[in-house]
Design a binder for this molecule. Structure first.
Ligand code: ASP
Length: 344
């Protein structure tokens, strides 16, 4: 009798575990920033990641969808100038911001993405609008900017996305590669005295090579989603598109396998269809950690110059990450446990 009474409880706890919500985010992988990071910088990144994670966790805790959760976290990171996405984006060689973003719904395999957009405050919201309000998966450039306006998404001028620290980093990349530094964007205040470097008291983000942001989530119904947003590589030629908005390269989610968001040199992720490959390896019976490590520690470096990392979340279990750089900014939370943030 007592056993019969306990059975429903046992069943509930098993199903609750199977559908335990979870979220992980990243803020880019890299080398130099890890080598030289001081305590003030580390704590600034820590606070920013914790804030973005909390936004996504809050959605999941009130039984929101994984799609809403990844979008909520990414929007916080897009607004945060510490990261190379939305405000604080890297600059193309002509001094403009060309932003890329994508997201994918693991339950339906619906996906949306945008590349080379200029004015949308939250490029991830535009990617979602492409998914939900067009028959397309991907829109680019002026057409995507025009579509954004029809969706009444918040528009901002170049000066909104501009940050002095990202510009100084960009100027260094241009000089270092023997190219001229273009004029500062319209509406931006003139360069401060001492070439701007004097303003770099506080967080040292000028050596942050891959500051792309990403999120993967599993909601209480067990559905997966993934999202990625970036300003791309500093000093890229105008029109260059990396992996972040390419479904299957920088972003992928399928309820049958896992959700993945990547960061690193996009060209290698595209050539390996890296995010999709991680999920294929999971479908073939590998654990998410084995799948991520296979791609990041074997396939990626096998292509000379292949650098980066991923966060991965499957139908059950904890989020995992893998990177072949010195570090990857990331954070995660699982239902019933405290948030965890890794900056060093
Ligand atoms: N993957 C991005 C790109 O190639 C860069 C990054 O991860 O920061 O555009």
């Amino acid at each position: 009798m007592r056993i019969l009474f306990l059975l429903p409880l046992l069943f509930c706890s098993i199903t609750a575990h199977a559908q335990q919500w979870a979220i992980a985010i990243h803020g880019g992988a890299g080398e130099a920033e890890w080598e030289h990071m001081d305590a003030a910088t580390a704590s600034a990144y820590h606070a920013s990641l914790a804030r973005a994670l909390a936004a996504g966790s809050a959605v999941l805790a009130r039984h929101g969808s994984s799609l809403d959760a990844v979008e909520a976290s990414i929007e916080v990171l897009e607004d945060d100038p510490l990261f190379n996405a939305g405000r604080g984006s890297a600059f193309a060689a002509d001094g403009t911001n060309e932003m890329d973003a994508s997201l994918m719904n693991g339950a339906t395999l619906e996906a949306g993405s945008v590349a080379s957009v200029h004015f949308t405050r939250h490029p991830i919201a535009l990617a979602r609008a492409v998914m939900e309000h067009t028959p397309y998966v991907m829109m680019v450039g002026d057409g995507a900017d025009a579509f954004s306006r029809t969706q009444r998404l918040e528009q901002q001028p170049p000066s909104f996305f501009f940050t002095e620290m990202r510009w100084q980093e960009f100027a260094g990349v241009m000089r270092g590669s023997g190219r001229p530094v273009p004029p500062r964007p319209a509406g931006v205040p003139p360069a401060p005295a001492h070439g701007g470097m004097a303003m770099l008291a506080g967080p040292r983000i000028f050596a942050h090579r891959y500051g792309t942001v990403g999120a993967v989530a599993r909601d209480a119904d067990g559905h997966l989603a993934a999202a990625t947003s970036t300003g791309g590589m500093q000093g890229k030629l105008p029109g260059r598109v990396g992996d972040s908005p390419i479904i299957g390269a920088g972003t992928y989610a399928s309820d049958h396998a896992c959700a993945v968001s990547g960061t690193g040199v996009g060209e290698y992720f595209i050539r390996l269809t890296l995010a999709r490959q991680v999920c294929t390896l999971v479908e073939q019976g590998n654990t998410p950690q084995q799948a991520a490590d296979q791609m990041i520690h074997h396939e990626l470096p096998a292509l000379k110059g292949g650098e980066g990392g991923v966060i991965v979340l499957a139908k059950s279990g904890l989020p995992v990450w893998s990177n072949n750089t010195l570090g990857i900014f990331h954070a995660q939370q699982v239902q019933g446990a405290a948030p965890e943030v890794w900056v060093r």
